[in-house]
Design a protein around this ligand. Structure first.
Ligand code: FES
Length: 75
């Protein structure tokens, strides 16, 4: 889905940058999202919040839930 019509930037592209650890400001600088009419800013920020903020926590939980992680923690 195209999020930013002015610059033809897709949700997938924004999500990819967010998962790489970039903040909204950095993505805005890199892609130009929400730098023209601004209509897409709220949606773009939501995509970044969903893909950027939640993933490191999920990754941490996955690491702690790994069988080897508990054995290591107990020793
Ligand atoms: S739709 Fe993104 S700046 Fe206009």
């Amino acid at each position: 889905m195209i999020v930013c019509v002015c610059h033809r930037i897709s949700e997938r592209e924004i999500a990819r940058h967010a998962r790489a650890g970039l903040s909204f400001d950095e993505i805005q600088l890199e892609l130009g999202v929400a730098t023209q009419c601004g209509c897409c800013e709220q949606t773009a920020r939501a995509v970044v919040a969903q893909c950027g903020a939640s993933n490191p926590v999920a990754a941490l939980h996955n690491t702690l839930d790994a069988p080897g992680a508990h054995a290591t923690a107990l020793h």
